[in-house]
Design a protein around this ligand. Structure first.
Ligand SMILES: *Cc1c(COP(=O)(O)O)cnc(C)c1O
Length: 437
């Protein structure tokens, strides 16, 4: 069993917990990382410059001063339920980072997507002499800026939350926004985007070819900016700022993270940018005291496959016979981002996979115990703590963590949910009620 190659395990479609043999000491990993602290702090300071403007155009962010942030909450009832479901003791405290409740687009994509569009707007305004260092960014609301933006388009290919986030923010700034979707994407997403003035292009057949077409068209057109989910450093940095804010939230809650108080974070992973960016920021903030795990559906373990084989974007789950069919549409990715995989390889503690039935089951229990409603993708992190204690004891032993676990904090990253229409959520809940572990 121990020596079974990860590929063989993934092929069985059973849930699998993989410990990353290439994890390095944070100090060593950062010494050869192409990105560092300055890049993350630069992104955070750019978001601060935009905050008065964000507070104006999105009133729901006014109270937080135009900073797009989500609550961190302890979920001790859910912890008790997990202990019952998994018949084990989960040592340490259990918290939920509620990116399901992020303002503007209700998912983790409100971090990366919005950051990249704002940065593009800033670059445009500066290059056209409409904005300079030290200016109040409220200028961007003025007609001359909106006119400039309206002559430019932002293009993205996404069937889900990235499309929502990019479409909503682009339209609000005055850009013309084009979201390429497969024709089987959820109707409510298409309708919502069209109501906001976004052009939704639907593609039959091979959706990835359609995205490629969108990418090429945008590249050939100077007035078009393509948001590249797989390669974008700006998206990644937008996500990474979450760590700066989380550090403050932990302090406010009196939760210490240090040698004797380890932090475990469980992040649902699709192409990798969202969880990668967040984990990268967390490693900068907490170094070896934070342990980051990525979670994927058993039918779409693309990041795990890329990391375990070190082939990253050069291997697809279809190469090992998997079908990429999952209800977790935010995680239904066949080929991971090579940029993120290579960058994060020395920083990650491990990855694990979860069955769809587990996602629905956890969705139902989280709703019952905490009255919190997340979308299926966002529940992948919730299985993490139980999996760590059940299948990760080698990791805990190797890092001398066993005797510290009573002081541990486990943060489950709840990556989306608040945009899901109620009828749709009810269906998810019903599926959870009839699923079993
Ligand atoms: C996009 C998404 C993720 C994963 O982010 P990636 O950047 O694709 O890895 C996780 N959960 C939800 C709900 C998402 O929409």
């Amino acid at each position: 069993m121990l020596n079974t190659h990860p590929i063989e395990k993934l092929k069985t479609l059973e849930e699998f917990f993989w410990i990353n043999p290439r994890l390095e000491k944070a100090e060593v990993a950062f010494s050869y990382s192409p990105l560092g602290k300055e890049a993350v702090l630069d992104a955070e300071s750019r978001l601060r410059k935009f905050s008065p403007y964000i507070a104006e155009i999105f009133p729901e962010t006014k109270e937080a001063g135009g900073i797009i942030e989500s609550p961190l909450v302890e979920i001790s009832s859910m912890k008790k339920t997990l202990e019952k479901l998994y018949e084990m003791n989960i040592r340490g405290s259990l918290l939920l980072k509620q990116d399901n409740a992020l303002p503007i687009s209700g998912s983790i994509k409100a971090r990366g997507g919005i950051y990249e569009v704002l940065k593009y707007a800033e670059t445009l305004a500066i290059s056209h002499g409409l904005l300079k260092a030290g200016d109040d960014y409220l200028i961007l609301k003025e007609k001359k800026c909106r006119d400039l933006f309206s002559r430019h388009s932002i293009v993205v290919g996404s069937t889900g939350n990235l499309g929502l986030s990019i479409g909503i923010i682009s339209a609000a700034l005055g850009f013309s926004a084009v979201v390429h979707m497969s024709s089987d994407a959820r109707q409510w997403k298409k309708s919502l985007l069209r109501r906001k003035g976004v052009t939704v292009v639907e593609h039959e057949g091979d959706y990835s070819i359609a995205v490629e077409t969108g990418r090429r068209e945008a590249e050939e057109n100077d007035s078009s900016h393509f948001i590249d989910d797989e390669h974008s450093v700006d998206l990644f940095l937008g996500y990474s700022t979450a760590a700066v804010r989380l550090q403050k939230q932990l302090k406010q809650m009196n939760i210490h993270v240090d040698r004797d108080h380890p932090l475990f974070v469980y992040l649902p992973c699709g192409v990798g940018g969202g969880p990668g960016g967040v984990a990268f920021g967390l490693k900068l903030a907490f170094g070896d005291d934070v342990h980051c795990f990525f979670a994927e559906p058993t039918h779409s373990p693309s990041m795990l496959l890329g990391l375990a084989t070190q082939k990253h974007e050069k291997i697809s789950i279809s190469d090992i016979g998997l079908d990429n069919i999952t209800a977790a549409d935010g995680l239904a990715v066949g080929r991971p981002s090579g940029f993120v995989g290579e960058l994060m390889s020395p920083f990650l503690a491990g990855c694990y996979t979860v069955k769809d039935s587990t996602l629905f089951y956890l969705l139902k229990h989280l709703a019952d115990t905490e009255n919190l409603y997340l979308e299926p993708s966002a529940l992948a992190g919730m299985a993490g703590p139980a999996k760590l204690f059940r299948d990760g004891s080698a990791y805990l032993k190797e890092h001398a963590l066993l005797e510290k676990m009573d002081n541990a904090a486990h943060i489950v990253w709840g990556t989306g949910g608040s945009m899901v229409p109620e009828e749709e959520m009810n269906m998810y809940y019903q599926q959870g009620a009839s699923a079993y572990k």
